[in-house]
Design a protein around this ligand. Sequence first.
Ligand SMILES: [Zn+2]
Length: 180
Amino acid sequence: MTSSATEHPVSVPYQTIIGDEFENDVLKVIGQLSLDCESTDQELAEKTNLTVNSVRKALYKLYDSRIATYRRCRDTRTGHFIHYWKLLPIRSNILAFRKKALLTIEKIKQRLEYERNNAFYHCGKKECPILTFEEAIDYRFKCPVCSQSLQAVDNEKTIKFLRKKILELEAEVEDLSQKI
Ligand SMILES: [Zn+2]
C-alpha cells in the first residue's frame, strides 16, 4: 500500500468544490487520492468498493480534467505496466482555496441573515456590548454595564460591508473555477 494516514489535502464534500461536474464514482476516487502518496488502481478499487474498470474510467476522467496524474512503471515480474496515481498539486490547491472561500461565503451569508433579521441596541460606549432587541427588552432598554439608555443601532453599514464581502468572494470563486 502506498497510501498513508495523513489528512487528505482536499477533504469532502467534493460536490461543493467541483459542483455537479462529476458522477459519484469519480468523487469516490478523488476522495481516496492524495497529493503526496501514490495509489494504484487496485488499491483505489479496494478503498472505494468499485471495480478496477470503474476506477480506471474515473482516473482517466480525472487525468483529462488535470486533477490527477500518474507515473507508469513496468512490473518486472509480469511485464505489465502499473500506474501510480496521485492528485496534481495546482488543481488541488485551487480546489482547497475555492472550498475555503465557499465556506466563508456561507458563514458571511448567515451573519448577513442575522443582521437583517435582528434589531440591535447599544448605549454608544465602545466598551459596552451591543444587544439584540430581545436582550434590550430584558434589560428594559438600559445598558447592563453602564446603565445608560440603549439606542437602536443602524446596522446598514454592516449589512453593506457583508454584502460587498460576499460579492468579492463570489468573484474570487468564479475566477478560481475558471482556472480549474
Ligand atoms: Zn453601556
